[in-house]
Design a binder for this molecule. Structure first.
Ligand SMILES: *[C@@H]1O[C@H](CO)[C@@H](O)[C@H](O)[C@H]1NC(C)=O
Ligand SMILES: *[C@@H]1O[C@H](CO)[C@@H](O)[C@H](O)[C@H]1NC(C)=O
Ligand SMILES: *[C@@H]1O[C@H](CO)[C@@H](O)[C@H](O)[C@H]1NC(C)=O
Ligand SMILES: *[C@@H]1O[C@H](CO)[C@@H](O)[C@H](O)[C@H]1NC(C)=O
Length: 429
Protein backbone atom coordinates (compact mmCIF):
# COMPACT_ATOMS: atom_id res chain seq x y z
CA UNK A 1 0.00 0.00 0.00
CA UNK A 2 1.60 3.25 1.12
CA UNK A 3 5.32 3.63 1.09
CA UNK A 4 6.82 4.85 4.37
CA UNK A 5 7.75 8.08 2.59
CA UNK A 6 4.19 8.78 1.50
CA UNK A 7 2.95 7.84 4.90
CA UNK A 8 5.34 10.27 6.55
CA UNK A 9 3.92 13.17 4.52
CA UNK A 10 0.32 12.61 5.47
CA UNK A 11 -1.17 15.13 7.87
CA UNK A 12 -2.71 13.68 10.98
CA UNK A 13 -6.29 14.39 9.95
CA UNK A 14 -5.75 12.43 6.77
CA UNK A 15 -4.22 9.63 8.76
CA UNK A 16 -7.40 9.51 10.75
CA UNK A 17 -9.31 9.47 7.49
CA UNK A 18 -7.24 6.63 6.13
CA UNK A 19 -8.22 4.55 9.10
CA UNK A 20 -11.88 4.74 8.10
CA UNK A 21 -11.48 4.21 4.36
CA UNK A 22 -12.89 0.82 3.41
CA UNK A 23 -10.35 -1.80 2.56
CA UNK A 24 -10.31 -2.55 -1.16
CA UNK A 25 -11.82 0.75 -2.38
CA UNK A 26 -11.68 0.75 -6.19
CA UNK A 27 -8.80 3.13 -5.94
CA UNK A 28 -7.42 5.21 -3.19
CA UNK A 29 -6.66 8.87 -3.62
CA UNK A 30 -3.52 8.18 -1.66
CA UNK A 31 -2.27 5.30 -3.70
CA UNK A 32 -0.63 5.92 -7.08
CA UNK A 33 -2.05 3.80 -9.89
CA UNK A 34 0.99 4.49 -11.99
CA UNK A 35 4.42 5.27 -10.69
CA UNK A 36 4.40 8.78 -12.21
CA UNK A 37 1.18 9.71 -10.38
CA UNK A 38 1.59 11.23 -6.97
CA UNK A 39 -0.83 11.10 -4.09
CA UNK A 40 -2.89 14.23 -3.66
CA UNK A 41 -1.31 15.34 -0.43
CA UNK A 42 2.13 15.23 -2.04
CA UNK A 43 1.00 17.33 -5.00
CA UNK A 44 -0.62 19.93 -2.75
CA UNK A 45 2.29 20.05 -0.32
CA UNK A 46 4.75 20.64 -3.15
CA UNK A 47 2.98 23.83 -4.30
CA UNK A 48 3.90 26.83 -2.13
CA UNK A 49 1.10 28.89 -3.68
CA UNK A 50 -1.48 26.37 -2.42
CA UNK A 51 -0.67 26.48 1.30
CA UNK A 52 -4.01 28.07 2.30
CA UNK A 53 -5.98 25.63 0.17
CA UNK A 54 -4.00 22.68 1.53
CA UNK A 55 -4.66 23.77 5.10
CA UNK A 56 -8.40 23.90 4.39
CA UNK A 57 -8.39 20.47 2.78
CA UNK A 58 -6.60 19.06 5.80
CA UNK A 59 -9.04 20.78 8.13
CA UNK A 60 -12.07 19.32 6.31
CA UNK A 61 -10.96 15.88 5.12
CA UNK A 62 -14.59 14.70 4.75
CA UNK A 63 -14.69 16.37 1.37
CA UNK A 64 -12.03 14.02 0.06
CA UNK A 65 -13.98 10.98 1.19
CA UNK A 66 -16.35 11.53 -1.74
CA UNK A 67 -13.64 11.46 -4.35
CA UNK A 68 -13.28 7.70 -4.72
CA UNK A 69 -16.90 7.41 -5.91
CA UNK A 70 -15.96 9.32 -9.07
CA UNK A 71 -13.80 7.76 -11.76
CA UNK A 72 -11.79 10.95 -11.85
CA UNK A 73 -12.04 14.47 -10.52
CA UNK A 74 -10.53 17.87 -11.16
CA UNK A 75 -9.62 19.93 -8.14
CA UNK A 76 -9.87 23.64 -8.85
CA UNK A 77 -7.40 24.93 -6.29
CA UNK A 78 -7.41 28.69 -5.60
CA UNK A 79 -3.92 29.98 -4.87
CA UNK A 80 -3.02 32.03 -1.80
CA UNK A 81 -3.62 35.32 -3.65
CA UNK A 82 -7.14 34.14 -4.44
CA UNK A 83 -7.86 33.55 -0.75
CA UNK A 84 -6.34 36.93 0.14
CA UNK A 85 -8.96 38.54 -2.15
CA UNK A 86 -11.73 36.63 -0.35
CA UNK A 87 -12.17 38.86 2.69
CA UNK A 88 -13.87 38.54 5.96
CA UNK A 89 -14.91 34.90 5.98
CA UNK A 90 -14.75 32.32 8.68
CA UNK A 91 -12.55 29.32 7.84
CA UNK A 92 -14.01 27.59 10.90
CA UNK A 93 -17.49 27.57 9.36
CA UNK A 94 -17.71 24.02 8.20
CA UNK A 95 -20.92 24.45 6.16
CA UNK A 96 -19.48 27.38 4.29
CA UNK A 97 -16.07 25.86 3.62
CA UNK A 98 -17.47 22.46 2.69
CA UNK A 99 -19.87 23.90 0.12
CA UNK A 100 -17.26 26.26 -1.25
CA UNK A 101 -14.70 23.50 -1.66
CA UNK A 102 -17.26 21.15 -3.17
CA UNK A 103 -17.98 23.78 -5.80
CA UNK A 104 -14.25 23.67 -6.55
CA UNK A 105 -14.22 19.97 -7.42
CA UNK A 106 -15.30 19.01 -10.94
CA UNK A 107 -16.71 15.60 -11.76
CA UNK A 108 -14.38 14.06 -14.30
CA UNK A 109 -10.81 14.73 -15.28
CA UNK A 110 -10.64 18.02 -17.19
CA UNK A 111 -7.24 18.62 -18.71
CA UNK A 112 -6.58 22.00 -20.31
CA UNK A 113 -5.63 20.21 -23.53
CA UNK A 114 -9.10 18.63 -23.71
CA UNK A 115 -10.87 22.00 -23.61
CA UNK A 116 -11.94 23.14 -27.10
CA UNK A 117 -11.00 26.70 -28.12
CA UNK A 118 -13.87 29.20 -28.22
CA UNK A 119 -16.65 26.87 -27.03
CA UNK A 120 -18.23 27.22 -23.58
CA UNK A 121 -18.51 23.86 -21.87
CA UNK A 122 -20.48 23.13 -18.69
CA UNK A 123 -18.86 20.96 -16.04
CA UNK A 124 -20.63 19.50 -13.02
CA UNK A 125 -19.19 20.00 -9.56
CA UNK A 126 -19.71 18.14 -6.30
CA UNK A 127 -21.87 20.97 -4.87
CA UNK A 128 -25.23 19.38 -4.13
CA UNK A 129 -26.52 20.99 -0.91
CA UNK A 130 -30.04 22.35 -1.54
CA UNK A 131 -29.28 25.42 0.52
CA UNK A 132 -26.66 26.32 -2.06
CA UNK A 133 -27.81 24.78 -5.32
CA UNK A 134 -30.86 23.27 -6.97
CA UNK A 135 -29.08 21.70 -9.90
CA UNK A 136 -29.45 17.94 -9.64
CA UNK A 137 -26.28 15.91 -9.97
CA UNK A 138 -24.15 18.89 -9.02
CA UNK A 139 -24.04 22.65 -9.60
CA UNK A 140 -22.23 23.63 -12.77
CA UNK A 141 -19.46 25.96 -13.88
CA UNK A 142 -18.28 26.94 -17.36
CA UNK A 143 -14.95 26.22 -18.99
CA UNK A 144 -13.57 28.40 -21.79
CA UNK A 145 -10.31 28.43 -23.66
CA UNK A 146 -9.30 31.52 -25.61
CA UNK A 147 -7.21 31.67 -28.76
CA UNK A 148 -4.20 32.32 -26.52
CA UNK A 149 -4.78 28.90 -24.89
CA UNK A 150 -5.57 30.55 -21.55
CA UNK A 151 -8.26 28.58 -19.75
CA UNK A 152 -10.88 30.49 -17.76
CA UNK A 153 -13.50 29.05 -15.42
CA UNK A 154 -16.68 31.11 -15.18
CA UNK A 155 -18.90 30.76 -12.12
CA UNK A 156 -21.77 32.66 -10.48
CA UNK A 157 -22.37 36.34 -11.30
CA UNK A 158 -20.02 36.04 -14.26
CA UNK A 159 -16.99 35.71 -11.99
CA UNK A 160 -13.88 34.58 -13.85
CA UNK A 161 -11.07 32.40 -12.48
CA UNK A 162 -8.00 32.03 -14.69
CA UNK A 163 -5.96 28.82 -14.61
CA UNK A 164 -2.45 29.93 -13.68
CA UNK A 165 -0.89 26.50 -13.31
CA UNK A 166 -2.43 23.62 -15.23
CA UNK A 167 -2.78 19.87 -15.14
CA UNK A 168 -0.96 18.79 -11.98
CA UNK A 169 -1.62 15.04 -11.96
CA UNK A 170 -2.47 13.11 -8.82
CA UNK A 171 -3.76 9.58 -8.43
CA UNK A 172 -7.43 10.54 -8.61
CA UNK A 173 -7.29 13.16 -11.34
CA UNK A 174 -5.89 16.64 -11.92
CA UNK A 175 -5.34 19.84 -9.99
CA UNK A 176 -5.88 23.18 -11.77
CA UNK A 177 -4.56 26.19 -9.87
CA UNK A 178 -6.67 29.37 -10.30
CA UNK A 179 -6.15 33.01 -9.34
CA UNK A 180 -9.68 33.73 -8.04
CA UNK A 181 -12.20 31.71 -6.06
CA UNK A 182 -15.18 30.44 -7.98
CA UNK A 183 -18.50 31.87 -6.83
CA UNK A 184 -21.36 29.41 -6.25
CA UNK A 185 -24.17 30.76 -8.45
CA UNK A 186 -26.68 32.96 -6.64
CA UNK A 187 -30.45 32.65 -6.88
CA UNK A 188 -32.40 34.16 -9.75
CA UNK A 189 -33.62 37.16 -7.71
CA UNK A 190 -30.27 38.73 -6.72
CA UNK A 191 -28.80 37.77 -10.09
CA UNK A 192 -31.45 39.66 -12.05
CA UNK A 193 -32.08 42.47 -9.55
CA UNK A 194 -28.54 43.36 -8.51
CA UNK A 195 -25.91 41.75 -10.73
CA UNK A 196 -27.59 42.01 -14.13
CA UNK A 197 -29.77 45.08 -13.71
CA UNK A 198 -30.80 44.88 -17.36
CA UNK A 199 -33.05 42.01 -16.21
CA UNK A 200 -34.94 43.95 -13.51
CA UNK A 201 -38.03 44.31 -15.66
CA UNK A 202 -38.12 40.55 -16.19
CA UNK A 203 -37.84 39.91 -12.44
CA UNK A 204 -40.53 42.49 -11.71
CA UNK A 205 -42.83 40.81 -14.22
CA UNK A 206 -42.27 37.46 -12.46
CA UNK A 207 -43.28 39.09 -9.17
CA UNK A 208 -46.34 40.64 -10.84
CA UNK A 209 -47.41 37.23 -12.16
CA UNK A 210 -46.59 35.35 -8.93
CA UNK A 211 -44.08 33.19 -10.76
CA UNK A 212 -40.87 33.84 -8.83
CA UNK A 213 -41.03 30.56 -6.96
CA UNK A 214 -41.76 28.53 -10.09
CA UNK A 215 -38.71 30.03 -11.79
CA UNK A 216 -36.33 30.25 -8.80
CA UNK A 217 -37.14 27.22 -6.64
CA UNK A 218 -37.58 24.52 -9.28
CA UNK A 219 -34.72 22.11 -9.80
CA UNK A 220 -32.90 22.39 -13.16
CA UNK A 221 -34.21 25.24 -15.29
CA UNK A 222 -33.22 27.10 -18.43
CA UNK A 223 -34.59 30.64 -18.50
CA UNK A 224 -34.73 33.06 -21.43
CA UNK A 225 -34.74 36.51 -19.87
CA UNK A 226 -35.61 39.49 -22.08
CA UNK A 227 -33.63 42.65 -21.33
CA UNK A 228 -35.32 45.75 -19.96
CA UNK A 229 -35.69 47.46 -23.34
CA UNK A 230 -37.67 44.47 -24.63
CA UNK A 231 -40.30 45.16 -21.95
CA UNK A 232 -40.09 48.92 -22.43
CA UNK A 233 -40.83 48.61 -26.15
CA UNK A 234 -44.17 46.89 -25.49
CA UNK A 235 -44.98 48.43 -22.11
CA UNK A 236 -48.32 49.76 -23.33
CA UNK A 237 -49.44 46.28 -24.37
CA UNK A 238 -48.18 44.56 -21.24
CA UNK A 239 -49.87 46.90 -18.82
CA UNK A 240 -53.26 45.95 -20.24
CA UNK A 241 -52.78 42.24 -19.48
CA UNK A 242 -54.30 40.50 -16.50
CA UNK A 243 -52.14 38.33 -14.26
CA UNK A 244 -53.05 35.09 -16.04
CA UNK A 245 -52.21 36.45 -19.49
CA UNK A 246 -48.89 37.81 -18.21
CA UNK A 247 -48.10 34.45 -16.60
CA UNK A 248 -48.84 32.61 -19.85
CA UNK A 249 -46.34 34.80 -21.65
CA UNK A 250 -43.65 34.50 -18.99
CA UNK A 251 -43.93 30.72 -18.67
CA UNK A 252 -43.09 30.56 -22.37
CA UNK A 253 -39.61 31.76 -21.29
CA UNK A 254 -38.97 28.77 -19.01
CA UNK A 255 -37.63 25.35 -20.02
CA UNK A 256 -38.23 23.07 -17.02
CA UNK A 257 -36.11 20.07 -16.01
CA UNK A 258 -33.16 20.95 -18.22
CA UNK A 259 -30.07 23.08 -17.79
CA UNK A 260 -29.10 23.91 -21.36
CA UNK A 261 -25.85 25.66 -22.17
CA UNK A 262 -25.74 27.91 -25.23
CA UNK A 263 -23.71 25.33 -27.12
CA UNK A 264 -26.56 22.82 -26.84
CA UNK A 265 -29.03 24.83 -28.93
CA UNK A 266 -29.05 23.01 -32.25
CA UNK A 267 -30.32 24.67 -35.41
CA UNK A 268 -33.86 23.61 -36.27
CA UNK A 269 -34.72 22.02 -32.91
CA UNK A 270 -37.72 22.75 -30.69
CA UNK A 271 -37.59 23.37 -26.94
CA UNK A 272 -40.52 22.45 -24.70
CA UNK A 273 -41.55 25.30 -22.41
CA UNK A 274 -43.39 25.37 -19.08
CA UNK A 275 -46.69 26.51 -20.47
CA UNK A 276 -48.55 23.23 -20.57
CA UNK A 277 -51.98 24.73 -21.23
CA UNK A 278 -51.19 25.13 -24.89
CA UNK A 279 -50.20 21.91 -26.66
CA UNK A 280 -46.85 21.77 -28.44
CA UNK A 281 -45.85 25.07 -26.96
CA UNK A 282 -42.31 24.97 -28.16
CA UNK A 283 -39.62 27.50 -28.97
CA UNK A 284 -37.88 27.09 -32.26
CA UNK A 285 -34.08 27.41 -32.38
CA UNK A 286 -32.39 29.03 -35.37
CA UNK A 287 -28.65 29.42 -35.73
CA UNK A 288 -27.30 31.78 -38.36
CA UNK A 289 -23.60 32.47 -38.35
CA UNK A 290 -22.71 33.37 -34.77
CA UNK A 291 -26.27 34.34 -33.91
CA UNK A 292 -28.77 32.16 -32.07
CA UNK A 293 -32.50 32.92 -32.09
CA UNK A 294 -35.45 31.53 -30.13
CA UNK A 295 -38.36 32.08 -32.47
CA UNK A 296 -37.32 35.57 -33.61
CA UNK A 297 -35.66 36.74 -30.37
CA UNK A 298 -31.88 36.93 -30.50
CA UNK A 299 -29.67 35.60 -27.72
CA UNK A 300 -27.56 38.50 -26.48
CA UNK A 301 -25.68 37.08 -23.50
CA UNK A 302 -25.55 33.35 -22.88
CA UNK A 303 -24.82 31.12 -19.91
CA UNK A 304 -25.40 33.15 -16.74
CA UNK A 305 -25.35 30.53 -14.00
CA UNK A 306 -27.93 30.69 -11.21
CA UNK A 307 -28.58 28.46 -8.19
CA UNK A 308 -31.10 26.32 -10.05
CA UNK A 309 -29.86 26.41 -13.64
CA UNK A 310 -28.95 28.93 -16.28
CA UNK A 311 -30.22 32.23 -17.73
CA UNK A 312 -29.71 33.39 -21.31
CA UNK A 313 -30.45 37.06 -22.07
CA UNK A 314 -32.57 37.70 -25.18
CA UNK A 315 -33.52 40.92 -26.95
CA UNK A 316 -37.30 40.51 -27.15
CA UNK A 317 -40.22 39.23 -25.12
CA UNK A 318 -41.39 35.89 -26.54
CA UNK A 319 -45.04 35.61 -27.51
CA UNK A 320 -46.73 32.19 -27.23
CA UNK A 321 -49.34 33.40 -29.71
CA UNK A 322 -46.67 34.16 -32.31
CA UNK A 323 -44.87 30.85 -32.31
CA UNK A 324 -44.28 30.92 -36.05
CA UNK A 325 -42.14 34.06 -35.84
CA UNK A 326 -38.84 33.50 -37.59
CA UNK A 327 -35.80 35.75 -37.63
CA UNK A 328 -34.35 37.50 -40.63
CA UNK A 329 -30.64 37.18 -39.76
CA UNK A 330 -29.85 39.84 -42.37
CA UNK A 331 -31.33 42.60 -40.18
CA UNK A 332 -30.20 43.64 -36.69
CA UNK A 333 -33.48 44.13 -34.86
CA UNK A 334 -36.37 41.81 -35.59
CA UNK A 335 -39.95 43.02 -35.89
CA UNK A 336 -41.83 43.01 -32.55
CA UNK A 337 -44.04 39.96 -31.98
CA UNK A 338 -46.51 41.93 -29.86
CA UNK A 339 -48.73 44.77 -31.01
CA UNK A 340 -47.07 48.03 -30.06
CA UNK A 341 -49.86 50.09 -28.56
CA UNK A 342 -50.13 53.20 -26.46
CA UNK A 343 -47.49 55.80 -26.00
CA UNK A 344 -45.24 53.91 -23.60
CA UNK A 345 -42.60 52.58 -25.93
CA UNK A 346 -39.54 54.62 -24.94
CA UNK A 347 -36.46 52.55 -24.26
CA UNK A 348 -33.22 53.29 -22.47
CA UNK A 349 -32.11 54.18 -18.96
CA UNK A 350 -34.19 57.39 -18.84
CA UNK A 351 -37.45 55.66 -19.66
CA UNK A 352 -39.44 53.90 -16.92
CA UNK A 353 -38.49 50.25 -16.42
CA UNK A 354 -41.75 48.26 -16.46
CA UNK A 355 -42.67 46.07 -13.46
CA UNK A 356 -39.91 47.25 -11.13
CA UNK A 357 -42.65 48.61 -8.86
CA UNK A 358 -43.74 45.00 -8.43
CA UNK A 359 -40.60 44.11 -6.46
CA UNK A 360 -41.76 42.99 -3.05
CA UNK A 361 -40.92 46.33 -1.48
CA UNK A 362 -39.53 49.70 -2.35
CA UNK A 363 -37.36 52.29 -0.69
CA UNK A 364 -40.47 53.28 1.23
CA UNK A 365 -40.46 49.98 3.10
CA UNK A 366 -39.64 50.06 6.79
CA UNK A 367 -35.87 50.27 7.18
CA UNK A 368 -34.34 47.03 8.33
CA UNK A 369 -31.34 47.27 10.58
CA UNK A 370 -29.05 44.61 11.90
CA UNK A 371 -30.02 45.27 15.49
CA UNK A 372 -33.74 44.93 14.97
CA UNK A 373 -33.55 41.88 12.72
CA UNK A 374 -32.87 38.41 13.96
CA UNK A 375 -29.74 36.91 12.48
CA UNK A 376 -30.18 35.62 8.97
CA UNK A 377 -33.57 37.16 8.32
CA UNK A 378 -32.38 39.77 5.85
CA UNK A 379 -29.41 40.29 3.67
CA UNK A 380 -28.58 43.80 4.71
CA UNK A 381 -25.09 45.07 5.14
CA UNK A 382 -24.45 44.50 8.78
CA UNK A 383 -26.71 41.51 9.05
CA UNK A 384 -25.24 38.12 9.61
CA UNK A 385 -26.61 35.93 6.85
CA UNK A 386 -27.31 32.24 6.85
CA UNK A 387 -23.72 31.62 5.88
CA UNK A 388 -22.37 33.43 8.88
CA UNK A 389 -20.76 35.87 6.48
CA UNK A 390 -20.87 39.60 6.59
CA UNK A 391 -21.67 41.31 3.37
CA UNK A 392 -19.20 43.96 2.44
CA UNK A 393 -21.57 46.43 0.84
CA UNK A 394 -24.18 48.56 2.54
CA UNK A 395 -25.64 49.68 -0.75
CA UNK A 396 -28.19 47.99 -2.92
CA UNK A 397 -31.86 47.36 -3.04
CA UNK A 398 -31.93 44.40 -0.70
CA UNK A 399 -30.26 46.22 2.15
CA UNK A 400 -33.14 48.66 2.41
CA UNK A 401 -35.95 46.16 2.35
CA UNK A 402 -37.53 43.75 4.71
CA UNK A 403 -39.76 41.98 2.20
CA UNK A 404 -36.98 40.49 0.07
CA UNK A 405 -36.29 36.85 0.80
CA UNK A 406 -33.08 36.26 2.72
CA UNK A 407 -30.14 35.62 0.47
CA UNK A 408 -29.15 32.00 0.14
CA UNK A 409 -25.71 31.01 1.36
CA UNK A 410 -24.23 31.05 -2.08
CA UNK A 411 -25.53 34.52 -2.80
CA UNK A 412 -24.02 35.89 0.36
CA UNK A 413 -20.66 34.34 -0.46
CA UNK A 414 -20.92 35.76 -3.95
CA UNK A 415 -21.79 39.23 -2.72
CA UNK A 416 -18.82 39.12 -0.40
CA UNK A 417 -16.42 38.00 -3.06
CA UNK A 418 -17.73 40.55 -5.50
CA UNK A 419 -17.26 43.28 -2.91
CA UNK A 420 -13.82 41.98 -2.09
CA UNK A 421 -12.46 42.18 -5.60
CA UNK A 422 -14.26 45.41 -6.45
CA UNK A 423 -16.11 44.02 -9.44
CA UNK A 424 -19.04 45.89 -10.81
CA UNK A 425 -21.76 44.15 -12.69
CA UNK A 426 -23.65 46.38 -15.02
CA UNK A 427 -25.33 43.76 -17.15
CA UNK A 428 -25.31 44.52 -20.83
CA UNK A 429 -23.43 47.49 -22.17
C1 LIG B 1 -33.81 25.05 -3.54
O1 LIG B 1 -35.19 24.82 -3.62
C2 LIG B 1 -35.86 24.82 -2.38
C3 LIG B 1 -37.30 24.54 -2.63
O2 LIG B 1 -37.44 23.35 -3.35
C4 LIG B 1 -35.67 26.16 -1.70
O3 LIG B 1 -36.25 26.14 -0.42
C5 LIG B 1 -34.20 26.48 -1.59
O4 LIG B 1 -34.05 27.79 -1.06
C6 LIG B 1 -33.56 26.42 -2.93
N1 LIG B 1 -32.13 26.67 -2.83
C7 LIG B 1 -31.54 27.71 -3.43
C8 LIG B 1 -30.06 27.84 -3.25
O5 LIG B 1 -32.13 28.52 -4.09
C1 LIG C 1 -40.46 22.04 -34.62
O1 LIG C 1 -41.76 22.61 -34.62
C2 LIG C 1 -42.18 23.02 -35.93
C3 LIG C 1 -43.50 23.77 -35.75
O2 LIG C 1 -44.36 23.08 -34.91
C4 LIG C 1 -42.29 21.81 -36.84
O3 LIG C 1 -42.67 22.23 -38.12
C5 LIG C 1 -40.93 21.13 -36.90
O4 LIG C 1 -41.03 19.94 -37.64
C6 LIG C 1 -40.41 20.80 -35.53
N1 LIG C 1 -39.04 20.35 -35.64
C7 LIG C 1 -38.59 19.26 -35.02
C8 LIG C 1 -37.15 18.95 -35.22
O5 LIG C 1 -39.29 18.57 -34.30
C1 LIG D 1 -30.44 26.38 -39.93
O1 LIG D 1 -31.61 25.83 -40.48
C2 LIG D 1 -32.17 26.63 -41.54
C3 LIG D 1 -33.44 25.98 -41.99
O2 LIG D 1 -34.15 25.42 -40.96
C4 LIG D 1 -31.18 26.71 -42.68
O3 LIG D 1 -31.70 27.55 -43.68
C5 LIG D 1 -29.87 27.28 -42.16
O4 LIG D 1 -28.90 27.23 -43.18
C6 LIG D 1 -29.36 26.49 -40.99
N1 LIG D 1 -28.24 27.17 -40.42
C7 LIG D 1 -27.11 26.55 -40.11
C8 LIG D 1 -26.03 27.39 -39.48
O5 LIG D 1 -26.93 25.36 -40.31
C1 LIG E 1 -21.87 28.84 8.97
O1 LIG E 1 -22.64 28.90 7.79
C2 LIG E 1 -23.92 28.33 7.92
C3 LIG E 1 -24.65 28.33 6.58
O2 LIG E 1 -23.84 28.32 5.49
C4 LIG E 1 -24.73 29.07 8.96
O3 LIG E 1 -26.01 28.48 9.10
C5 LIG E 1 -24.02 29.05 10.27
O4 LIG E 1 -24.69 29.88 11.19
C6 LIG E 1 -22.58 29.52 10.14
N1 LIG E 1 -21.91 29.19 11.39
C7 LIG E 1 -21.16 30.06 12.04
C8 LIG E 1 -20.52 29.54 13.28
O5 LIG E 1 -21.00 31.22 11.67
Amino acid sequence: MLSPLTYGLLPTSLLALLAVLPVGTAWSIFEPRQSKEKPLNQVLASQKSLSTYYELVKQYPDILLQLPSYSGVTLVAPNNDAFDKFHDWDPQNKTLVTNLLEYHILQGTVSTASVPVGVSTFAKTLLNDKKWSNVSEGQQMLINKGGDDVVVFTSGLGSRSTVVEADLAFTGGLVQIVDTLMVPPARLEPTTRDAYKDLQSFLGALYAADLVSEFADATDVTIFAPRNSAFQRIAGTLEDLDKKALADILRYHLIPNQVLSSTEFQNGTNLTTANDEIPDLTLHVTRAGNNVYFNSAQMLQPDILIANGVVHIIDAVLNPDARAATPDPAIGTQAPVFPVTGTKTAVGTKAPVPFTSDFPCTVDCPISTASSEPSGSADGAATTTTTGLRLSSSKGFAARCTGVPAQAGAAAAAAMLVGAVGMEFVGLV
